[in-house]
Design a binder for this molecule. Structure first.
Ligand code: G3I
Length: 453
């Protein structure tokens, strides 16, 4: 699976003035070639589906902003609309990041999923630590919902009104809201949200409800009873914070049973975490898992689409919360699309095929004088990783290695073989390792084709 790329043209027989910047500039051209693929949002639109991402407002510039705008047709503010963000002290509102994200979405013809109005987490201290009568709590919640939903009235396509109301066994989670107001806080919240913006679709959103299990059945029963009571409920969000290789077998069946209740189903927070390092076999499994999730949504008419919880590994909550885990999103930390990205595209009907070979070795001459030269080999991975490496080549013009660093090199006749040192065998997905050497030459010093294996 590893492709080999030998370095430079003969024109890069560089003299002492040669710079590593030149080397880097040539290397970064590779991922950009993939940008010609049809954007995910176009593929999704052709299938009538949403493809979304959670975003951080402060990052919406440069490459992050370019990808968020070009590839996705829905955005969810990752934290910007949560209560602790919008009302950190009582009566003092901060809408800056939420406003920014909504403006970005409008400028890029994207829909926004508001997230989230009623939750047990990320509430401001003044609210969590206050002592409230049920009547006060009810007023606080109604005011919060009315204020926030009204601010974005007509501009948000959907709201995660209630987030994570259930325990794993299907009982109601003990929260400020449940303990103070009883289970009907959910119906009240939905009713207040509808009153504030009749055009937004109103969702209940939870995790570990992707397959058929006690928790998803509790959610199912709740939605069924809300519908029967005439409480405004338009959709369920299945968050889908999944673990590598563990897409539930009943995923599609579960989506279908909710759809059969007459509500939309959205996959709202998809990520698939793995234990690091993100070696190639895991990234391949992850691609299969992403495809299984997308396939299930595409297969059910009532599944409105899929949102990933951050599109790049550089903007993911996973490493902060699950020690030793990460690489959960479709792009690596350097914005290089991973196999998971290509799997999403394929599931949405795209014809793009992932590039074969995700680790490359690039040879360059960084300086050269009358009898000697300094060479460098850079091993870089995107969409794959290595735990050990060896780079080989043949010197066709009688060159000889005299000294190497950051690798152990041997030369037999024309054949050179350089293996990693004890400390630099690991090349992470999106990372690179460089080793160097001095050599002797006479006559010509052509660049050899190198083999990474
Ligand atoms: O903004 C502060 C920063 O100023 C400070 O220096 C830093 C120090 O820790 O913290 C920053 O805040 C963090 C915030 O994310 C923004 O990055 C919080 O500590 C951190 O707890 C918070 O985590 C968020 C998490 O919800 C909280 O539960 C994640 O970003 C966010 O992705 C995650 O999203 C949730 C969904 O809303 C609901 N479903 C589960 C999902 C994952 O937990």
């Amino acid at each position: 699976m590893r492709s080999l790329r030998s370095g430079f043209s003969p024109a890069s027989l560089l003299t002492g003035a040669a710079t590593l910047a030149t080397l880097g500039a040539l290397l970064v051209a590779a991922p950009a070639a993939q940008a010609a693929d049809t954007p995910l949002r176009d593929l999704a639109a052709a299938k009538g589906k949403a493809i979304g991402t959670a975003v951080t407002g402060s990052k919406l510039t440069g490459t992050y902003g370019d990808i968020a705008g070009a590839q996705f047709n829905w955005l969810t503010p990752g934290n910007a609309m949560k209560w602790e963000t919008v009302e950190p002290s009582r009566g003092t509102y901060n809408w800056a990041e939420a406003d920014q994200i909504v403006a970005f979405a409008q400028a890029h013809n994207q829909q926004v999923r508001g997230h989230t109005l009623v939750w047990h987490s990320q509430n401001p201290d003044w609210l969590e630590n206050g002592t409230w009568t049920p009547a006060e709590l009810s007023t606080l919640l109604q005011d919060h919902i009315s204020t926030e939903v009204t601010r974005y009235k007509g501009r948000l396509a959907a709201w995660d009104v209630v987030n994570e109301p259930f325990n794993e066994d299907g009982t109601y989670r003990s929260t400020l809201w449940y303990n103070g107001l009883g289970a009907d806080y959910i119906a009240q919240a939905l009713t207040w949200a509808r009153a504030a913006d009749p055009s937004a679709k109103l969702y209940i959103n939870d995790y570990n409800v992707e397959g058929v299990n006690a928790k998803s059945t509790a959610l199912y029963n709740l939605v069924k009873s809300l519908k029967e009571r005439g409480v405004p409920i338009d959709g369920v969000g299945l968050q889908a914070h999944l673990i590598l290789g563990q897409v539930p077998a009943t995923f599609q069946q579960n989506i279908q049973r909710f759809a059969d209740l007459g509500v939309d189903v959205a996959i709202t927070e998809l990520d698939i975490r793995m234990q690091l390092p993100a070696i190639e076999a895991k990234l391949t499994q992850q691609a299969a898992d992403y495809k299984a999730v997308l396939d299930a949504c595409v297969a059910v008419t009532g599944c409105s689409g899929v949102t990933v919880w951050g599109f790049t590994d550089s903007d993911s909550w996973i490493p902060d919360v699950f020690e030793g885990y990460g690489a959960a999103t479709p792009y690596d930390e350097n914005y290089v699309p991973k196999p998971a990205y290509h799997a999403i595209a394929t599931a949405l009907g795209g014809t793009t095929t992932p590039p074969t070979g995700a680790c490359t070795a690039t040879y360059g001459v960084t300086s050269q004088w009358n009898t000697g030269f300094t060479g460098q080999v850079r091993i870089a991975c995107s969409g794959a990783a290595l735990s050990a490496w060896r780079v080989s080549w043949s010197f066709g013009a009688g060159q000889r290695i005299t000294q190497a660093w950051n690798a152990t090199c041997t030369q037999t006749g024309t054949a050179v073989s350089c293996a990693n040192a004890s400390y630099n065998g690991t090349v992470t997905n999106g990372g690179s390792v460089t080793f160097g050497f001095n050599g002797a030459w006479s006559g010509t010093n052509p660049v050899p084709a190198v083999t990474l294996g």
